[in-house]
Design a protein around this ligand. Structure first.
Ligand code: PNS
Length: 162
């Protein structure tokens, strides 16, 4: 049986921490579907098209990874993909409460699908899309924290937005 996981998130934008989790996840799953949340009510810095394009570029050397988009419940998307797992990364303890709540709710909603948490590499423990955007917004260097394409696109975005 093919082991499939979805890796859901906002990916606004994708970071090296996300890529680290994907690499680790690929050691456990035959295929991982990166599932980008489209939720129009949520305010993202990048449009859906921009988030997809950055992921496509960042994942061009990865095998067994697909990119898709979803709205609604994560477990419903996972079921549509015939996935057995939902992959999430854990960094510092501060992630735990939110992730724990979400994993338990997801399990209640669909008992066939298991959430699998992987620890990021130590280098990424304190990085997140939000903190990286904040640093970039005020001119801080984010080199080495995001794929090259993302570094360029964030700079462009804040230059456009003033
Ligand atoms: O990258 P993020 O923003 O931490 O990802 C959050 C995400 C997309 C995984 C979460 O918001 C989500 O699963 N949203 C879809 C709605 C859902 O299924 N929520 C959990 C159970 S109510």
């Amino acid at each position: 049986m093919e082991r499939i996981a979805i890796y859901p998130g906002s990916f606004d934008p994708v970071t090296n921490g996300h890529l680290d989790i994907l690499e680790r996840g690929l050691k456990l799953f035959d295929k991982i579907i990166v599932a980008i949340l489209t939720n129009p009510q949520k305010k993202f810095l990048f449009t859906l098209e921009e988030r997809i394009a950055m992921l496509e570029d960042s994942l061009k050397d990865f095998s067994n990874v697909e990119i898709d988009t979803f709205d609604g419940l994560t477990v419903d998307f996972a079921a549509r993909c015939n996935a057995q797992g939902i992959l999430r990364g854990l960094r510092a303890m501060s992630d735990f409460e939110y992730e724990f709540q979400m994993a338990l709710m997801n399990r209640r909603l669909n008992r066939e699908i298991q959430t699998v948490f992987l620890m990021t590499g130590l280098r990424w423990i304190y990085t997140s899309s939000s903190i990286i955007k904040q640093a970039a917004q005020f001119g801080g260097s984010i080199k080495g924290m995001v794929p090259n394409i993302v570094e360029i696109k964030i700079k462009d975005k804040y230059a456009q937005n003033g």
